[in-house]
Design a protein around this ligand. Structure first.
Ligand code: ADP
Ligand code: MG
Length: 201
């Protein structure tokens, strides 16, 4: 992993827009050239993140998902920023908006129905490809101008050699099913049981 010196970091982030931040500081920056810098706090010594940093997982997952034909951000570089005690992944964002943003801005019922159907199909496709995305929710799925769905925030994706089992599919939906306003975005029986009597046909 390359090291980014503090001055170079400051030059890089000059004029950036903060897309996400938490009590520990900035998390996602939109740089003036349209690329994104996502920062990860260095974790304590005894966590798995010490030997396999999240920024590197993000980049490795991007490569693996891309090989599966799943749209993801295009990685430019993974860097360590010692002055901030952060690692970062620098990437070209997916063009489009997250499903959460689209909902928040308001959409017509018909379009929402279509997007929900597309989202359920997308989740089935992910599971068939062996993709277990722990952070599966509408805030991490981007609807692109070519009407495809893609994934962002992919540090905690796990990819299995074969499709997920029923049990894994069900477990993967749990977090989403706990989110008010998003739980009804998936056709659970279609995803878990492969039932084709659902509206998605
Ligand atoms: N590749 C991307 N394409 C489009 N938007 C992005 C991308 N990466 C981040 N964003 C924007 O930044 C926001 C937060 O990004 P995310 O990686 O999900 O951070 P967090 O860890 O805060 O969930 C998203 O809601 C989205 O608006
Ligand atoms: Mg996110």
């Amino acid at each position: 992993m390359n090291t980014l010196e503090h001055d170079d970091y400051l030059a890089m982030r000059a004029g950036a827009t903060v897309l996400e931040a938490d009590s520990f500081g900035e998390k996602v920056l939109l740089l003036t050239d349209g690329t994104v810098l996502k920062l990860f706090r260095r974790k304590r010594l005894f966590s798995s993140a010490a030997w396999y940093p999240y920024a590197q997982r993000f980049a490795d997952n991007a490569a693996a998902l891309d090989r599966l034909g799943i749209p993801v951000p295009q990685i430019i570089v993974v860097v360590r920023i010692p002055s901030l005690a952060r690692d970062a992944v620098h990437y070209h964002p997916l063009v489009g908006r997250t499903l959460r943003e689209i909902c928040r801005e308001g959409i017509e019922k018909d379009q929402e129905r279509e997007l929900r159907t597309a989202f359920t199909r997308f989740v089935i496709h992910l599971h068939d490809c062996g993709v277990y995305f722990r952070s599966l929710h509408l805030g991490n799925v981007v609807y692109m101008p070519d009407q495809q769905l893609g994934l962002i925030d992919i540090a905690d994706v796990r990819i299995r050699a074969s499709g997920l089992s029923k049990r894994q599919r069900a477990r993967n939906l749990r977090r989403l099913l706990g989110i008010v306003g998003e739980c009804d975005w998936v056709e659970v029986s279609a995803i878990v049981d492969g039932k084709d009597d659902s509206p998605i046909g």
